[in-house]
Design a protein around this ligand. Structure first.
Ligand SMILES: [Zn+2]
Length: 445
């Protein structure tokens, strides 16, 4: 057995039980440079019911929370490869495939495996990140993790200022035959009307209760798919002075939302489902979970369906191919409709002036957040050559490399050095910017 197969065996063991670090020396010594990689399978993206487990590096004392993090990462890479298959021309198909341009030296960056002690995880540096939060599960997770932290910070700062915090949910009746692009565009018009003119929520609130005041809001756009077709909706965290009560805000929002939907050409929202204003504890709960995709994609299908499938849930149905309600052909069609409708839409919007009021810096865009290093203080464990990266991708071993970097960092160079292509594998593509290495991007299964 060559070193890669030994490494894979070790990796599989470390995923479910304490790592055997005493294996490292033996494996490192046994590594033979230039051996042809014969990895045929990495980790399964399928959900594993086992609970999260921790791993302690006996030499450094580092504690790694491996099981869930690894399952989620493996899932994200697998789901991203589905997007590459069904939307081969979108920029997500090049994400974590091509090298990123080097803004300092010019040319393209080196591909590095970095490790962060602070985050207790490994990640790639120097690869292009698409930043498409609607299409790319990898970039979406990265961007939402950063935005989630900002949401939480905003809530803490608002609380410190003694502000009132409210959680608003807005939706409208919809059906399976609706055109998503059409209803999404009408909904965008509708929520725009909530903050403009004399019928805006702010003005109407002031009219009813002069002592009440809205300081600003953060609005998040979301969508799920269920029995009644696509369900686009918005959640808002609304910041007010402490005199403003959620009950009053509920009344004002509902009235304004009904008017806005009517003017935008949407069906009238019901009092029961169309508008909810809840207190700050719901906002905190929402902010704490925002963008965490596992609830929908990793829960069992039945549970997920009660809430509606997220776009990542659709990708999962394509990958697994075993859902009776969402067979792959249907799930692909729905994902393509969703992708086209949400292209260019803003997922999270901070009302004008709110960040300044809270003392927060200017917001980075999705692309900037996605391309940013996971941890600026991370160190480089290994540099991967172009040929090695081609071989790693060919073996679909991208996730395995990161897992080994986390659990067996001393092994990583030996493992990477053993990834080489046989003479016929390189194919016609170069490592040039904008050109994938090779066409095959099947799911990492
Ligand atoms: Zn991406």
């Amino acid at each position: 057995m060559d070193i890669i197969n030994q490494s894979v065996s070790l990796y599989k063991k470390t995923s479910i039980q304490e790592a055997r670090f005493d294996e490292e020396a033996k494996l490192s010594e046994g590594g033979k440079k230039g051996a042809l990689v014969t990895v045929t399978k990495t980790s399964s993206p399928k959900n594993n019911p086992q609970e999260n487990q921790t791993l302690t590096n006996k030499s450094t004392g580092e504690i790694l929370s491996l099981k869930k993090d690894r399952d989620y990462r493996s899932d994200r890479w697998a789901l991203k490869s589905v997007v590459g298959d069904i939307l081969p021309k979108c920029r997500t198909s090049k994400c974590m495939v091509l090298r990123a341009p080097d803004p300092v030296k010019g040319g393209l960056r080196d591909i590095e495996v970095c490790k962060s002690d602070k985050l207790q995880k490994a990640f790639y540096q120097g690869l292009y990140a698409c930043g498409d939060i609607w299409n790319c599960p990898i970039c979406a997770a990265k961007v939402s993790e950063r935005r989630r932290n900002e949401l939480k910070t905003a809530l803490v700062l608002a609380k410190d200022k003694g502000w009132g915090i409210h959680f608003v949910t807005l939706t409208f009746p919809h059906g399976a035959g609706d055109d998503l692009t059409d209803i999404l565009s009408k909904m965008t018009k509708a929520y725009g009307k909530l903050s403009s003119g004399k019928y805006s929520v702010k003005e109407q609130l002031k009219k009813l209760s002069p002592e009440s005041e809205i300081f600003g809001f953060i609005r998040a756009l979301e969508v799920t798919h269920g029995e009644n077709g696509f369900h686009p909706h918005v959640h808002m965290i609304v910041f007010t002075n402490k005199e403003t009560e959620s009950g009053l805000l509920d009344f004002v929002y509902y009235r304004a939302w009904v008017r806005a939907c009517r003017l935008a050409g949407l069906p009238e929202p019901s009092r029961l489902h169309g508008c909810h204003v809840q207190d700050g504890s719901f906002a905190a709960d929402y902010a704490g979970k925002w963008g965490i995709e596992d609830e929908m994609t990793k829960a069992n299908q039945k549970q997920a369906k009660n809430k509606g499938l997220t776009p990542w849930g659709l990708l999962r149905c394509i990958l697994d191919g075993d859902d009776l309600d969402y067979p792959p052909k249907r799930a692909i069609g729905l994902f393509l409709v969703y992708s086209a409708a949400f292209k260019g839409k803003r997922q999270l919007y901070w009302s004008n002036g709110l960040r300044k009021l809270l003392g927060l810096q200017k917001e980075l865009n999705d692309q900037e957040l996605a391309q940013k290093a996971d941890d600026e203080a991370a160190y480089t464990l290994a540099t991967i050559t172009v040929e090695q990266w081609k071989a790693i991708r060919k073996c679909k071993a991208e996730v395995m490399i990161l897992n080994i970097a986390e659990s067996n960092p001393l092994l990583i160079t030996s493992v990477i050095n053993n990834f080489v292509l046989s003479s016929g594998d390189a194919g016609p593509h170069s490592m040039g910017e904008g050109v994938p290495f090779y066409g095959g991007r099947g799911p990492t299964r």
